[in-house]
Design a protein around this ligand. Structure first.
Ligand SMILES: *[C@@H]1O[C@H](CO)[C@@H](O)[C@H](O)[C@H]1NC(C)=O
Ligand SMILES: *[C@@H]1O[C@H](CO)[C@@H](O)[C@H](O)[C@H]1NC(C)=O
Ligand SMILES: *[C@@H]1O[C@H](CO)[C@@H](O)[C@H](O)[C@H]1NC(C)=O
Ligand SMILES: *[C@@H]1O[C@H](CO)[C@@H](O)[C@H](O)[C@H]1NC(C)=O
Ligand SMILES: *[C@@H]1O[C@H](CO)[C@@H](O)[C@H](O)[C@H]1NC(C)=O
Ligand SMILES: *[C@@H]1O[C@H](CO)[C@@H](O)[C@H](O)[C@H]1NC(C)=O
Ligand SMILES: *[C@@H]1O[C@H](CO)[C@@H](O)[C@H](O)[C@H]1NC(C)=O
Length: 234
C-alpha cells in the first residue's frame, strides 16, 4: 500500500513537472507560428516558406530552429536564403533566449523592428543581403551581448551612428554595400574586441578613417574599399 502511494506520488510529480516545462515553451511555439503566418509567399517558387513548421513534430525539430538541450528554449533561428519578402516579423521578440539570428539572403524590407530590443543575449545578428532601407538601426545598440553584426548588402542610408562604438564584445561589424554617407565616427575606435570591420562598397563617406581605428589592437581585417575614403591608414 505504501509503495503504491509512493508510486502515485511520483507519477503525479512527474506529470506536474513535465506539464510545467511544456507550458514554459508554449509562448515560443506560438511565436514561431506567428512568425510563419506573417511571411509572404515566395513569388518565384510559390512555395509557402516553412511548410515543415507544423505540429507533426516538436518545434525544436523544425528546420532552422535550434533549442537548448538543457532548457528547451529556442536559442537559434536561421531563416537565411528563403526568398522571404516582407518586413522582419516583430514576433521574433517572443524568442527571448535567442543567441543566433540569421535572416541573410532574403528580401526583408523596411526598417528593423523596435520590438527586437528585448533580445538581450543575442550574440549573432546576420541581415546580409536583404532589402532593408532607412537609417542603420539604433535598436541593435540595445543588444549588449552582440559579437557578430552583419548589416551589409542592403539599402541603409545616412551615417554610421556614433552609438555603434558602445558594444563591449563586438568582434565583427559589417555595414558594407549600403548607401551610407557622412564621416566614420571615431567612436568605432572604442570597439576594443573588434577583429573584422567592413565599411566599403557603394557607401560614400567624407573624411578619412578616424585615427581611433588605429587603437583597435585585435583588428585583423579591415575592408574600406571603394567608398570615397582618402588619406592615411592610422
Ligand atoms: C509537416 O512537416 C513535415 C516535416 O516536418 C512535412 O513532411 C509535412 O509534409 C508537413 N505537413 C504539411 C501538411 O505541410
Ligand atoms: C547565415 O546563413 C548563411 C547561409 O545562408 C551563411 O552563409 C552565413 O555564414 C550565416 N551567418 C552566420 C553569421 O552564421
Ligand atoms: C529565390 O528566387 C530566385 C530568383 O529570384 C530563384 O532563382 C531561387 O531559386 C529562389 N530560391 C529559393 C530557395 O526559393
Ligand atoms: C516590403 O515587402 C512587402 C511584401 O513584398 C511589400 O508589400 C511592401 O510594399 C514592401 N515595402 C517596401 C517599403 O518596399
Ligand atoms: C528592393 O529595394 C529596392 C530599393 O529600396 C527596390 O528598388 C527593389 O524593387 C526592391 N526589390 C524587391 C525584390 O522588392
Ligand atoms: C568613445 O570614443 C569617443 C571618441 O573617440 C570618446 O570621446 C568617448 O569618450 C569614448 N567613449 C567611451 C565610453 O569610451
Ligand atoms: C588609444 O587608446 C589610448 C588608451 O586607451 C588613449 O590614451 C588614446 O588617446 C587612444 N588614441 C586614439 C587615437 O583614440
Amino acid at each position: 500500500m505504501r509503495l503504491l502511494l509512493l508510486l502515485f506520488l511520483l507519477l503525479h510529480l512527474h506529470i506536474h513537472l513535465s506539464s510545467a516545462a511544456a507550458a514554459g515553451h508554449i509562448p515560443e511555439l506560438r511565436g514561431l507560428l506567428s512568425i510563419k503566418s506573417s511571411l509572404v509567399l515566395d513569388p518565384v517558387s510559390e512555395q509557402p516558406p516553412l511548410a515543415g513548421w507544423n505540429s507533426s513534430v516538436s518545434h525544436c525539430l523544425w528546420s532552422g530552429v535550434t533549442c537548448s538541450p538543457r532548457t528547451g528554449h529556442v536559442t537559434a533561428l536561421d531563416l537565411s536564403g528563403l526568398n522571404i519578402s516582407c518586413p522582419i516579423p516583430p514576433q521574433i521578440s517572443s524568442l527571448s533566449a535567442l543567441r543566433y539570428l540569421n535572416l541573410s539572403n532574403n528580401l526583408f524590407n523596411e526598417s528593423f523592428p523596435a520590438q527586437l530590443a528585448v533580445l538581450k543575449i543575442l550574440q549573432v545578428l546576420d541581415l546580409y543581403n536583404n532589402n532593408m532601407s532607412g537609417p542603420l538601426p539604433l535598436v541593435v545598440t540595445q543588444m549588449p551581448a552582440l559579437r557578430h553584426l552583419h548589416l551589409g548588402g542592403n539599402f541603409f542610408n545616412g551615417g554610421i551612428p556614433p552609438e555603434y562604438g558602445q558594444w563591449k564584445f563586438l568582434e565583427y561589424l559589417a555595414v558594407s554595400g549600403n548607401e551610407l554617407s557622412g564621416a566614420i565616427p571615431p567612436e568605432i575606435g572604442n570597439l576594443t574586441k573588434l577583429k573584422e570591420l567592413y565599411v566599403g562598397y557603394y557607401n560614400s563617406y567624407e573624411g578619412g578613417l578616424p585615427l581611433q581605428i588605429g587603437n583597435l589592437s585585435e583588428l585583423v581585417r579591415l575592408d574600406a574599399a571603394s567608398c570615397g575614403l582618402s588619406g592615411e591608414i592610422p
